[in-house]
Design a protein. Sequence first.
Length: 322
Amino acid sequence: MRKLTGLLLAGAAVAASAPAQADHHESACDRQCLIDLSDAYANALIADNASSLPWADDAVIMEALAPIGAGEGAFDTITGDGSDDFAVHVADPVSKQVGLLKMMVEGETPVLVGIRLQLNEAGAIEEAEHLIARDLSERQLANLQAPRPGLQRKVPELYADSRGRLLWLGESYYDALDSNNSKFSNMADDCVRHENGIQTARNGFTRPGMEESELSYLGGLGCAAQMDTNMWEYIDTIENRRVEIADTATGLVWGMSHFHHDMAENTIPLIGVPFATERDMSRFNAFDMPAIHIYKIWGGAIHEIEALGIVAPYQSEHSFAD
């Protein structure tokens, strides 16, 4: 009993000190501060005014896998806001990072911009990263006028997940996708995914002018069911996975990764698809896809995914590599 009492007292001491330790690791820039900074960064892109931002002396800026200087790249090309309503923030004071997915204007053309910022202990920007999805169709733009209502809605306490659980679920999506097995993650039955504005899960079995086919069938499935058909078999590997930003208020997780596709096989086998036993991939050449995925998580499951991806040459070098 004396030994057990000692263990209980030691555990109580650790528990009592935990909040203070958590506070110590959190940045002086709280959640709202990070959101405001990401908005200020977007405004600096529009104004081509990098000097208005708090840079660390050794700051690294990457855009589409290439290093740039402060004031270069998107600072030169972005000219305005797109839809004022489409902006999704994912802020995490623990990792001192914030992600912003925002519609903006490049010249006179709407583009989808992903921005990740990493602050140092002094609150200065030590890493900035941009991905820009261009050549958006009217169909894509129709879904990029405003975020889906649930994305930034705060999660009620009874359904909220811990930061660690949020990060695990975000990371697990890549494991499930890479293995063609939804059991590696936990995606809710209502999970819907958008990629550069296109709804790529639960999109209905057919659209006007599209005959019933394996592709229309696959597009109608949910996030988990799609994986279990083997339809993503053409993905070689998903590397440079960085799932470090979790917003416990909204249940949003920001993930960045780098997909490789060698497209060596002309067909891939499908499982459980009524219209076909294989998928024709012969028209595609090898390519890479640096990507951002935002996961909406509550109740221990992924319910929505908002993604941005750009095409890059096959076997491109990673940004902020592992």
